[in-house]
Design a protein around this ligand. Sequence first.
Ligand code: F0G
Length: 390
Amino acid sequence: MLACTGCGDLLEAVIDPPREEPAALKQRWLTRRMSYQAVDMSGVWRFREFLPETYDAEMVVTLGEGNTPVVTAQRTGAWAGARNLWFKHLGWNPTGSFKDLGMTAGMTEARFAGARVVACASTGNTAASLAAYAARAGLTGRVYLPAGQASANKLAQALDFGAEIIQIQGSFDDALDGLLRRNDAGLYFLNSINPFRIEGQKTAMLELLEQFEWRVPDYLVVPGGNLGNSSSFGKAFLELKKYGFIDRVPRIIIVQAGGANPLSRMWTSGAKQLEALPFPETAATAIRIGNPRSWKKALHAVQTSGGLVLDVSDEEIQEAKTMIGSDGIGCEPASATTLAGIRKLNAEGKIDRDANIVAILTGHALKDTDYINKTQEQRTREHAGDCIRV
Ligand code: F0G
């Protein structure tokens, strides 16, 4: 059960106040970095005081997720007009995307709840992550993918980890609708509408703040698809502020792809309800989503932080991705929306050039090699007449 039986909205975990003072707990989290216990080596479970349940350590399904670096990006930043830009690269997780942060929490709960079969609809990354963690937990993983729309690399990962793959004629939204209509006994849903996944993803922000010695950046820029990630980050900051770990929250900026931009449209028009897009389209296939389920939580994150929502074109995404690659960092197309968004906001004078900005990169460059090869072929064609003179 993932929705409230009263109002129909998604469930959300409520965290008990931590039993230790912020300074003591911050120190405890740091000390755990020297431990070789599996739960301490996980960059998610290291922060377990902000997770819903204290499972026995041997119940936890972990692949040592989290522990991803913050990388500076001066050249890329200069291109985007931002003097102080960092990337938090969540693509450098075990299966190459941020999904692992939520999956360790969701899969642990699934096993705890006695699930046998775990399932999700996915544009690819959730499928790869679910497949790996299900294998790890000894459960059957079943993934529903929009046929011909997920990258071959992500599909290959799900196959490698032994998941059952069901290709759906239609979009990601159709696949998710179809899955949610099923209520096969023993089937446990692990899309980001599962509140335990949101809790795991929250820890990326605790790790980020620790890496910044608890100085809060001015902006946090996140790609928007089904809007679970932005929801989880907003929740993390509000909880940290409520319990005295930080004294302000960063402004959360969500960037969508222009052809898959229902939240951005809603934001710009001032509408009160999200209008789903029946045929979302973008080359950033990870975020080709027209009916994001967590939109209310994500909007709350933006509104309570004084942030905003925008969208960028596929051309802008491609340029930004090339730039991130040229800085030796790399990411998948959906992640590059962040840099494209920052550049656009700077060009429009909407953010201070001296602001401290953290952009979240959500997926590894190797997640979509077809995209890279196609971009390269296109460039080769465009420059076919050029020659090098010596
Ligand atoms: N970036 C990447 C690389 C993703 O795979 C996704 C979502 C997002 C951004 C958007 O995150 O949905 O929390 O707003 N991928 C999902 C999937 C939908 O099935 O792998 P979101």
